[in-house]
Design a protein around this ligand. Structure first.
Ligand code: COA
Length: 162
């Protein structure tokens, strides 16, 4: 069985991420969305909240995927799940340098695991989680960019601070 991991902070998951996941699913038998339990990025939402938003978004998009969390090295996690590849989204040239560096370092650690880059639909090429949060915090419309449950969670967060 071909297993792939799609890792990220997903703070929160956006339509761009869902688009990449949909494309990746065509390449493998099983895709695992792996939410990074990291502090260094100082995520707005806790890992549990981010997982809930991923699950809600997948359900609302009709995608039946496993959702998991990981901490520590991505390649250790990918190996532990028997993954053949790691999927990352590339939006613009500006993503390339960072992703390229990370991919080469990852390959040093786990040469048997391939890193595959997919581009999302051009509607989402400019999207980022930070941008969506900024829009939501200022009362802008975000329904095109996130699933309904994420929109609700963002509105709630900026209303109550939770
Ligand atoms: N659509 C919309 N936005 C997208 C996107 C897409 N298709 N692809 C990426 N993004 C955005 C994200 O929303 C995020 O935006 P933000 O910075 O405004 O929050 C940004 O691009 C990058 O986010 P993400 O894809 O989640 O990557 P990341 O850099 O947060 O996560 C990890 C990277 C967690 C996979 C990486 O740090 C990692 O593997 N960590 C584990 C430790 C490790 O192994 N380190 C060694 C690496 S060599």
């Amino acid at each position: 069985m071909k297993i792939a991991i799609y890792p990220g902070t997903f703070d929160p998951i956006t339509m761009g991420h869902l688009d990449v996941a949909t494309r990746a699913l065509k390449l493998v038998d099983k895709l695992i969305i792996a939410v990074a339990d990291v502090d260094h990025k100082k995520p707005t939402f806790s890992c549990e909240q981010r997982v809930e938003m991923v699950k809600g978004s997948l359900a609302e998009s009709g995608l039946d995927l496993e959702v998991d969390t990981f901490s520590g090295l991505l390649m250790d996690y990918a190996r532990s799940r028997g993954a053949l590849m790691v999927v990352r989204g590339l939006r613009a040239m500006s993503d390339f340098e960072y992703e390229f560096q990370m991919a080469l370092m990852n390959r040093k650690m786990a040469p048997q695991i391939e890193e595959v880059f997919l581009t999302s639909d051009q509607r989402f090429i400019f999207l980022s989680s930070s941008l969506v949060k900024e829009l939501a915090s200022l009362g802008g419309k975000i329904h095109e960019f996130v699933a309904p449950s994420v929109e609700k969670a963002l509105r709630e967060h900026f209303r109550t601070g939770k």
